[in-house]
Design a protein around this ligand. Sequence first.
Ligand SMILES: C[S@@+](CC[C@H](N)C(=O)[O-])C[C@H]1O[C@@H](n2cnc3c(N)ncnc32)[C@H](O)[C@@H]1O
Length: 206
Amino acid sequence: MSFYTNKIYPWILDNTDPKELAALRLSNLKDTKGEILEVGIGTGANLPFYPKEIKRITAVEPSESMHQRAQIKAYKNNITIDWYQGKGESLKFSDDSFDTVVSSGLLCSVDDVDKVLNEMYRVLKPGGKFYFLEHGISKNKKIRKLQIRFNRVNNVIACGCNLTRNIENHIRNSAFEIIEVFHVETFAGINKLYPPVHGTATKKSI
Ligand SMILES: C[S@@+](CC[C@H](N)C(=O)[O-])C[C@H]1O[C@@H](n2cnc3c(N)ncnc32)[C@H](O)[C@@H]1O
């Protein structure tokens, strides 16, 4: 891993989270419960927003330097992380292991969105909830053009992050059943390029 991916990018993530995202993180996580898996936990930006009763979560994250930053936030928020270094495309957990699966800012960056969704679905218990707070292709034509134009440069600066994925379609085409989904197109400045798509999906009980 380069100095940039190891040191600078985690610092960027910790210092450029749009202010508007805090409210979305809070509402995305407010009903999380039970055995929780967060895939791509990064520097742990979600940790301050879990309900106070949550004392332990399982996290999968490929980058050790991200994990080190996440540990600091976990300590401050009185949460223990059972950390697994790895990727969402291949989760080392049995089927139906978790009550809740969480992802935020992950599906833009993974190598294979559909594989990650399949894996998250597999490890979620029937009736469990998948809470996502992602970003993707804008519904606004002008922003969409900018996203296509800057996708390559963003991909380099943001370590593999894509601006042009249609995350809602990926989730709709997966085995998950979407309960609710929202698109936010009100972010200002450069954050317009990262319009959040967030919501809840479930694995139907048979
Ligand atoms: C933009 S960061 C978001 C971090 C955090 N979830 C947040 O909300 O700030 C994307 C994270 O996904 C991780 N990541 C990238 N590819 C991954 C994969 N295939 N499986 C799991 N995590 C991955 C990266 O290492 C990084 O920590």
